[in-house]
Ligand binder design. Structure first.
Ligand code: CTP
Length: 401
């Protein structure tokens, strides 16, 4: 359930720290890798050796340890994790996190992270109900921090009430739920095309266009982040492969079509590639030479339309087929016509006139054309377009269940 996920577990001071040893085992049984940070208070209750043996990794304790910083700085510690779990979370560490204090490795990692954090509070009932703790909780909740527990019960201090840390299985369940909620497309398959195509003239020359591939790559990354099993078929670009996608590199339109067919079935297809409409009919096997007979004439022939072909394939048509319409005039009218002609469900129409800077640039202005009408999106970065589209796809596929 947690395969491939890395958890940074911060163990702060409290009698419940002994349960964190069991938590490491539970998380690892579910497939996660666990790296531990032990605070000075936590080390009063469990030893680095026990955590290290159970996590099968080094345990990090000291902000100012030169070895730790050389091997793995505090920034890297939090960056490498998919989720940070603080268990037990003492009143002290909650207060520091709420205030943004960073006076040891654990609190520095919490301040330096851009990842989600799950706290499993553990403290005496009076500390838990104190107005200061409750105010800190409200601050953290407002920031989107997650909590599991505490439970009610007998406490080590002899009192009864709320403040007992959740059991290791409850915390592991909360971790699993977190990843399920953040992966609404898990179990879905997505196929995305991106980039330009290169259509060869001879062994050293080709016809291409100015597409950067940024939009298609960002869409593949956004779908993969939501848990979809994503294949990205891309023409030549200068972009790195997005994390978590199955990458197929191609050159020409015909190679792109073949690669897409091999990647089907899919629940959603997004054709963002700027596929060349034509190719040279007969590619020269040898480099064309200047031979005194004047310039060569290139006989062009039409390329297959990948979007229209996959949209029309009765057996393998994805449930949701999405294309782009790159237009320079009458954007909506052309997009509506293109949607009908290519048989797709949605068309993301964009104005690619040179003055918009869209083609090859970082921003895009989209009009989503569907059977329901036209949705105008504000101008935004291609990354934000990708996220918004992935949200819409999630809603649509969810609605079809
Ligand atoms: N497309 C495709 N295969 C092609 C041509 C286009 O899959 N051979 C897809 C693009 O990925 C895009 C959509 O079709 O999703 C529309 O592309 P666009 O370039 O706007 O349209 P064209 O089909 O090239 O039509 P026109 O040149 O007439 O505007």
């Amino acid at each position: 359930m947690l395969h491939g996920k890395s958890i940074l577990l911060i163990v702060s001071g409290g009698i419940a720290a002994y349960k964190s040893l069991e938590l490491v085992r539970r998380l690892r049984e579910r497939g996660a890798s666990v790296r531990c940070v032990l605070t000075r208070g936590g080390a009063q209750f469990v030893t680095p050796l026990s955590l290290s043996a159970l996590s099968e990794d080094k345990v990090y304790t000291d902000l100012f340890s030169l070895t730790d910083e050389a091997e793995m700085g505090h920034i890297q510690l939090s960056r490498d994790a998919d989720l940070i779990v603080v268990a037990p979370a003492s009143a002290d560490i909650l207060a520091k996190a709420a205030q943004g204090l960073a006076d040891d490795l654990a609190t520095t990692a919490l301040l330096a992270t851009d990842k989600d954090v799950l706290f499993a509070p553990s403290m005496n009932v009076r500390m838990w109900t104190h107005a200061a703790t409750q105010a800190n909780l409200a601050t953290l909740r407002e920031r989107g921090v997650h909590f599991v527990g505490p439970n009610e019960g007998d406490m080590a201090c002899g009192e009864f009430g709320s403040g007992r840390m959740s059991e290791p299985d409850e915390i592991a369940d909360a971790v699993s739920d977190f990843f399920e909620d953040s992966a609404p497309l898990s179990g879905r398959r997505a196929l995305v095309t991106s980039g330009p195509t290169h259509e060869p003239i001879d062994p050293v020359r080709y016809i291409a266009n100015r597409s950067s591939g940024r939009q298609g790559h960002a869409i593949a990354a956004a779908l993969a982040r939501r848990g979809a099993l994503t294949t990205l078929v891309s023409g030549p670009t200068n972009l790195p492969n997005p994390a978590g996608v199955q990458m197929i590199h191609v050159e020409s339109a015909r190679e792109m079509l073949a690669a897409c067919k091999s990647a089907l079935p899919a629940d959603v297809l997004v054709c963002a590639a700027a596929v060349a409409d034509w190719r040279v009919g007969t590619q020269a096997n040898e480099k064309l030479k200047k031979n005194g007979d004047g310039v060569p004439t290139l006989e062009m022939t039409e390329n297959p339309d990948i979007l229209a072909t996959l949209s029309a394939s009765a057996n393998t048509r994805p449930d949701l087929v999405i294309g782009f319409a790159a237009e320079t005039e009458d954007v909506i009218a052309h997009a509506q016509f293109k949607r009908d002609r290519k048989g797709c469900d949605w068309i993301l129409a964009n104005d690619v006139s040179p003055e918009t800077g869209t083609f090859g640039g970082s921003n895009n202005t989209i009009h989503l054309v569907s059977a329901a009408g036209v949705e105008d999106w504000p101008r935004m970065s291609k990354i934000d377009v990708a996220d918004r589209l992935a949200e819409r796809i999630t809603e649509q596929l969810g609605a079809g269940e």
